[in-house]
Design a protein around this ligand. Structure first.
Ligand code: AVI
Length: 315
């Protein structure tokens, strides 16, 4: 259960983001709000879809290359994972890296506690020090970390693709500061590829991604008392070539007015709300973003079809 202050803080932040996003000339909602309980369950379902290759491909790369990654990260490192949802992938890495300390970082305290407890059950010898923090904003690692022990950041799942340009550089610099000179990072990046594969991954035949996207309007209705009409919007996945990103949109089917917290938002038929960008990289574009923060991309572990890569960065 969330404790009360976390719930109140979340409610206000959600309301402020929704009002600000829907007041823009090009309406937008931050993708982090896609993940309420139902959104998390739908995302889990997405990761198992045939069309959604990133999760299984990254897992295979980690399995196949775990020993090489362990060599890269150095002996018994401190492993810092940004986001604490990647149970299977984390276990593969913990098995291989044998870290002296594991620091999972997540903004959702209850979720973090559950995943830390699960890891402790699986690896009873491992020291775990969870940190409740929003990894898209500055935060400190716990004080008193052992000196002279290599540190490795782990940012799987191509979550980096959901950050905008400013957030991406800020994140890479923050992770660089956390691991210090000589430290390493393993970052999951979804690679550029043919459009059919990309669009299918974000608009699957079973409609799970559509349900995931549309659930955001259900959440706004439920938590903020809005009245988005059921069936009034449809899911669309679009490629934005300039941003090298797949975008998710909610497209209005017919003109409507939506009431929310004493305000009214007008939607024209065909107008869309942009709900997520999922940027696709190649190792050169990642290296160009990472270099100003003091990172060199030393490895790009990938699959046979070059769909996805786990980049090995050294500070
Ligand atoms: C969490 N994130 C990396 C997913 C992605 O591929 O950008 C979110 C997602 N959105 C639709 N499908 C999956």
């Amino acid at each position: 259960m969330l404790d009360a202050p976390e719930t109140a803080w979340q409610h206000d932040a959600f309301r402020d983001d929704v009002i600000a996003g829907l007041s823009r000339p090009r309406k937008t909602l931050p993708s982090r709000w896609l993940y309420d309980d139902r959104g998390c369950r739908l995302f889990e379902e997405i990761t198992r879809l045939d069309e959604y290759y990133p999760t299984r491909t990254e897992t295979t790369i980690l399995r196949d290359q775990a020993a090489a990654m362990a060599g890269f990260a150095g002996p018994a490192p401190v492993l810092v994972e940004y986001g604490a949802g990647a149970a299977v992938k984390t276990a593969i890495l913990l098995e291989a890296l044998r870290p002296s300390l594991y620091i999972p970082v997540d903004i959702a305290g209850d979720f973090l506690a559950q995943s830390a407890a699960r890891i402790t059950r699986r690896f009873p010898e491992l020291k775990v020090r969870p940190v409740i923090a929003d990894f898209t904003a500055d935060f400190d690692l716990p004080a008193g970390l052992p000196a002279g022990v290599p540190r490795c950041g782990f940012f799987p799942g191509s979550t980096i693709g959901n950050l905008d340009a400013e957030e991406t550089s800020a994140f890479l610099c923050r992770m660089r500061a956390h691991v210090g000179t000589g430290g390493t990072a393993l970052v999951g990046v979804d690679l550029r590829k043919d459009l059919d594969t990309l669009l299918a991954a974000y608009d699957d035949r079973a409609g799970v991604t559509a349900a995931f996207n549309l659930n955001l309007l259900t959440r706004i209705n439920r938590e903020l008392g809005a009245d988005f009409p059921p069936g009034g919007f449809s899911h669309e996945a679009r490629w934005n070539a300039r941003e090298s990103a797949i975008e998710m949109h909610l497209v209005c089917r017919r003109d409507c007015l939506v009431a929310l917290e004493g305000r009214r938002f007008a939607f024209r038929a065909g107008e869309s709300i942009h709900t997520e960008s999922s940027r696709k990289y190649d190792l050169d574009s990642l290296a160009a973003l990472a270099a100003p923060c003091g990172w060199a991309v030393e490895h790009g572990w990938t699959d046979r079809d070059r769909l996805f890569a786990v980049a090995g960065l050294r500070a």
